[in-house]
Ligand binder design. Structure first.
Ligand code: FMN
Length: 296
C-alpha cells in the first residue's frame, strides 16, 4: 500500500533562478525535507508566465469556482498552476522585494485566486513566506503585503521571514526552521484541515504593525473610527442604496459597525471582531445586490 504523503507547494518567485531568493528557499527546503512523509512540489513562478490579470468576467462566481482564462491559473480549473495549488497541503512562497513589495508576478498570481475566495477551497491551508531584499529594504512592508494576500483567501499564516542580505548567514538557519514548521503544518493538514474562522481572520495582526481589524474599521470609517463618518452612515444619509432590501441590510450593517467600534474603543477586540463579521454579513450582500446585481 502506498503511504499518504503531505505536499508543500514551494514557489520561487524571483526571476533569477539561482539568486538570493532561491538560496533562501533551498534553506527552507532542507527544513521541509527533515520531516518525514512530506514531499515538495518546487516551482519557479516565472516558468508559468504569462499569468493574465483577472478580467472581471465573474465566471468563477457564476459557474464552477474555476477560472476560464487560457493560462496556467485558468482553463476551468485545469491550468497547471491552479491544479498544483488545489493539490497542496501547504503553500510556501519565497520572493525578492521590489519597491518594498512582492514582485508583480506574485500580485498576478494572487489576483487570480478569486475562484478560491468564493469556493473557500483554500480556507485553512497553511502558508509561510520569505521576503528577501538586498538594497534599501522594505522587507516588512513586503511581508505585510504577502501575508495580507494570504489572509484574504483564509490561508492559515504560520510564519514569515523578512530577510535583508546583511543578515543572510543568520537568516538561512531561520529559513530552515520555517521550512520544518510548514512541513509539520502540511502533515497536520493532510490529516485534517483546520479552517480559519471569520473571527480569527479579523484578529490577524502582523507583529503589531498591521491589524486586519483596525485596518477594516479604519476603511469603513474613512480613517476616523467614527460611525458618523462611515461609508454606511454616508450611504444611509445620501440614499445611495435604492431597494428596500438593500436599505434594510445597510441599516443592520450600520448597527453592527457601531457595536464593533464601541468594543474596539474599550479594547474588547474579540467582540469587535465578532461584530465586524456580522457587519460584513450584511454589508457585503447589500453592496453586491445594489452595485453588482448581475454577478450572483
Ligand atoms: C525592480 C526592482 C526593485 C527593487 N526594489 C528593492 C527594494 O525596494 N528594496 C530592496 O532592498 N531591494 C530592491 N531591489 C533589489 C532586490 O531586492 C534584489 O535584486 C533581490 O533581493 C535579489 O533577489 P534574487 O537574487 O532572488 O533575484 C529591487 C530590484 C529590482 C529589480
Amino acid at each position: 500500500m502506498v503511504e499518504e504523503m503531505a505536499k508543500v507547494l514551494c514557489v520561487q518567485a524571483s526571476p533569477r533562478k539561482n539568486g538570493y531568493t532561491a538560496k533562501l528557499l533551498d534553506g527552507a527546503i532542507k527544513g521541509i525535507k527533515s520531516v518525514n512523509k512530506v514531499e515538495i512540489d518546487l516551482i519557479h513562478l516565472n516558468d508559468y508566465f504569462p499569468i493574465s490579470p483577472c478580467i472581471s468576467c465573474w465566471n468563477c462566481v457564476k459557474n464552477k469556482n474555476s477560472c476560464i482564462l487560457n493560462d496556467s491559473m485558468g482553463k476551468n480549473g485545469k491550468g497547471e498552476l491552479f491544479k498544483k495549488i488545489c493539490n497542496a497541503n501547504a503553500l510556501f512562497i519565497a520572493h525578492p522585494v521590489y519597491y518594498g513589495r512582492p514582485p508583480a508576478g506574485l500580485h498576478l498570481f494572487f489576483e487570480r485566486f478569486y475562484p478560491f475566495m468564493w469556493s473557500g477551497k483554500l480556507n485553512g491551508m497553511p502558508f509561510a513566506s520569505i521576503s528577501q531584499a538586498a538594497n534599501n529594504g522594505g522587507i516588512r512592508t513586503a511581508q505585510i503585503d504577502i501575508t495580507r494576500w494570504a489572509i484574504t483567501f483564509n490561508l492559515r499564516v504560520v510564519g514569515g521571514l523578512p530577510v535583508h542580505m546583511v543578515s543572510y548567514d543568520e537568516a538561512i538557519g531561520h529559513a530552515e526552521e520555517l521550512g520544518k514548521k510548514i512541513a509539520e503544518e502540511a502533515l497536520a493538514d493532510s490529516r485534517e484541515r483546520r479552517r480559519v474562522t471569520p473571527v480569527e481572520r479579523y484578529m490577524f495582526s502582523y507583529e503589531g504593525q498591521w491589524s486586519r481589524l483596525e485596518s477594516s474599521l479604519m476603511d469603513m470609517t474613512n480613517g476616523t473610527m467614527q460611525y458618523e463618518e462611515s461609508l454606511i452612515a454616508y450611504a444611509i444619509s445620501h440614499n445611495s442604496m435604492k431597494t428596500k432590501e438593500t436599505v434594510e441590510l445597510l441599516q443592520q450593517a450600520g448597527e453592527e459597525l457601531k457595536q464593533s467600534l464601541a468594543h474596539y474603543k474599550n479594547e474588547e477586540y474579540t467582540s469587535a471582531a465578532e461584530h465586524m463579521v456580522k457587519m460584513s454579513s450584511f454589508w457585503s450582500p447589500a453592496t453586491l445586490r445594489e452595485f453588482l446585481p448581475n454577478v450572483l
